[in-house]
Design a protein around this ligand. Structure first.
Ligand SMILES: Cc1ncc(COP(=O)(O)O)c(C=O)c1O
Length: 406
């Protein structure tokens, strides 16, 4: 396509956009368990209206032109710090997403330990691949350490992987592949022994962990935790483009602050990888957090757990399928029977209109549940029962296919 010489009328463009969407998977029907978070139309409107009110304000100008955005960001940060038991004097920065929060955390860890490339980051091998991406950008080595049988970080093995070059240790709360929470208290002690930065990746968990019962400790209440990434655009339920990097001490923020005067325009400083930043994402996050409050997030967490319970019960009732142990929004199930290939189950679900997110190791089906799934869990399990019955007849040995992770 070439840029048209003359502009086109909006109604035709709007229609073209609707047409373009027609072949997309409909998250509105809840028929996918990846990529989206949804509660209801009321919350959708709050996010959209708040975004629209600030749709072209630029957060880069928050200091002078748009003091409103500085205030809103400050309030988002302080509400989040309160949720994660931050001590007096803690700080934080809004970012565009989990990847940017993690990138900045790794940058800060590197800069705090002298700013040299060639160091390493020690993490369980369940940590999000974003850490490897951040290490690649920053000239660090990602040291992935196999997790224990419980699929949680193996602290002794992680300690053995640390050396003089270790700039950061990572734990997830929870990890994306399995939804397990690493032993953060023990990792905090390890980080303190080594004088290393401990980053807790709560991109998934930041806004749901506080409302789940039975989780191990994971936040700033644990000594030794230096920073936490928490995505407002995941279980924070806000429109996309909103995450937080929270630090135990406001003074640590200087380690991810860029500052230079090396051009004709004088001082340029930024705490984020982005320069121009959408004010709408800040306003929408602020409004969604205020609109939901603790009670709203508790309700979201309950819906997620209800969906989980319905799906786990159905999986366990199908001979040959098994749900991996867990207690979070992330649920993985697999086949224990060679006559019931999980790939065939996945295909059966896809034929019934569900977008299936596959797991490679162990081969299985991965679900990241959000509140909308409570409404469609029964539909899902009905489709699963049919898909499993069909798959049982589909024969055993199948070639392993490449699975795309997200
Ligand atoms: C645990 C965890 N960390 C980090 C990320 C990266 O977040 P984003 O996709 O917002 O950059 C994800 C994304 O799913 C995640 O699940």
């Amino acid at each position: 396509m070439k840029l048209p010489e003359k502009g086109e009328a909006w109604p035709a463009l709007e229609q073209a956009l609707h047409d373009a969407k027609a072949r997309d998977h409909s998250w509105r029907k809840g028929r996918m368990a990846v990529f989206f978070y949804y509660l209801d139309e009321e919350l959708e409107r709050v996010g959209q209206d708040a975004y629209r009110l600030f749709w072209t304000e630029n957060h880069l100008g928050a200091g002078r032109a748009f003091p409103s955005l500085a205030k809103l960001e400050g309030e988002v940060v302080s509400m989040a710090l309160d949720l994660v038991h931050a001590p007096e004097g803690a700080g934080g920065t809004m970012t565009s997403g989990g990847s940017e929060s993690i990138f900045l955390a790794m940058l800060a860890a590197r800069e705090k330990s002298g700013g040299k490339t060639g160091g390493n980051v020690v993490m369980p091998d369940t940590a999000h691949l974003t850490f490897d991406r951040a290490c690649w950008y920053l000239g660090l080595e990602a040291r992935r350490v196999p997790v224990g049988a419980d699929r949680r970080g193996d602290v002794a093995a992680m300690e053995a992987a640390c050396d003089e070059g270790t700039v950061a240790i990572v734990g997830s709360a929870p990890c994306y592949p399995f939804g397990t929470v690493d032993p953060i208290r023990e990792l905090g002690a390890l980080a303190q022994r080594r004088g290393a930065w401990l980053h807790v990746d709560a991109c998934v968990g930041g806004f749901i962990n506080p409302f789940l019962s039975g989780l191990p400790e994971w936040d700033f209440a644990v000594p030794g935790v230096s920073s936490i990434s928490a995505d407002i655009h995941k279980h924070g339920m806000a429109p996309k483009g909103a995450s937080l990097l929270l630090v135990r001490d406001e003074a640590l923020r200087r380690f991810h602050r860029f500052e230079s005067r090396a051009w004709a325009r004088g001082l340029y400083a930024a705490y984020t990888a982005q320069g121009t930043r959408p004010g709408g994402a800040v306003a929408a996050a602020w409004a969604v957090m205020r609109f939901l409050g603790r009670a709203g997030y508790r309700d979201c967490a309950e819906r997620v757990m209800r969906a989980r319970a319905i799906i786990v019960a159905a999986v366990e009732a199908i001979p040959g399928l098994e749900a991996l142990p867990g207690q979070h929004a992330i649920l993985v199930y697999r086949s224990t029977d060679p006559a019931l290939p999980i790939a065939a189950v996945a295909e059966g679900l896809e034929r019934r209109g569900w977008l299936v997110s596959r797991q490679v190791e162990p081969e299985g089906i991965h679900l990241h549940l959000n509140p909308l799934h409570a409404e469609v869990a029964e539909e899902y399990v009905a489709a699963l029962r049919e898909a499993a019955a069909e798959a049982r007849g589909a024969g055993a040995a199948r070639a392993k296919e490449e699975v795309r992770a997200y």
